[in-house]
Design a protein. Structure first.
Length: 260
């Protein structure tokens, strides 16, 4: 439609149900990851009946979940922002920092977001190919056995994490891949406690991967960034003294500039 940007649309041209549903989604944030119908109604200005219908619709479509007392969003909501993340400002903000990590470490550095049970690459600064799989922007990998995935999962609210784990059918890609929910949950908890995820040969033999969450100015996780190296070149000392500091510095720099 070639409508002039300054032209105000007629009310009949707008979908009230869509605007109410989006308002309900936007009512959830870092300070309110879980909310009751009454809380959503107050936050959005909707009636309780309207807020209830929106929330139940989101649950039916898989964008929210309920424990009977409150509601929270599920990772499926990330699909709504996928197009923006792939084409707008976030990759542009990430790219210089990925390149800075590459220059500091001599290793490829990538950034990804979470989409259901997978990570989706949104930016990458490459050196040489170390994996049998060729990675580029738009590539997808399973979240359960990748450092990027575990860093992103570690930032989820517990309810969202449990919902995702319950839907997983993890595949063993190597003899080292963790495939049980308790083992994956423990690995995610370890990543949350450390502030970074380290995965050893679970995605591919001979590959060691390190990842950290990337947060915005409000502290919300918007992506994760990682370095993948051959195990023969990545001792514990190399990880702790060279790779991890570079990633943490880049994540700190991004937190200062990514709008909240």
């Amino acid at each position: 439609m070639n409508r002039h940007p300054a032209q105000k649309p007629e009310p009949r041209d707008l979908l009230g149900g869509l605007s109410r549903g989006l308002a309900v989604i936007e009512a959830f944030d870092h300070d309110r990851p879980r909310a009751s119908i009454a809380e959503i109604a107050r936050a959005t200005g909707l009636t309780r009946a309207s807020a209830r219908r929106c929330l139940l619709t989101l649950v039916e479509l898989g964008y929210a979940e309920s424990d009977g007392r409150g509601f929270r969003l599920t990772p499926r909501v990330l699909r709504l922002g996928g197009a923006w993340l792939s084409s707008a400002s976030l990759p542009e903000l990430l790219q210089p920092q990925l390149e800075a990590v590459r220059e500091a470490t001599g290793e490829s550095c990538s950034a990804a977001i979470l989409d259901g049970a997978e990570v989706v690459y949104v930016a990458r600064a490459s050196t040489r190919r170390i994996m049998s799989v060729s990675l580029s922007v738009g590539s997808r990998l399973p979240a359960h056995c990748t450092a990027l995935g575990r860093a992103l999962l570690s930032a989820l609210p517990e309810g969202s994490l449990e919902h995702l784990l319950a839907s997983l059918t993890p595949e063993a890609l190597t003899a080292h891949t963790r495939t049980t929910r308790p083992a994956i949950r423990a690995a995610v908890a370890e990543a949350r406690a450390r502030g970074y995820a380290l995965v050893e040969e679970e995605l591919e033999l001979g590959l060691r991967s390190l990842a950290v969450p990337v947060r915005d100015q409000r502290g919300r996780c918007v992506a994760a960034m990682n370095i993948g190296v051959q195990t023969a070149r990545a001792s514990d000392a190399v990880v702790q003294e060279r790779l991890l500091p570079a990633l943490l510095d880049a994540a700190a720099a991004l937190r200062r500039i990514i709008p909240g």
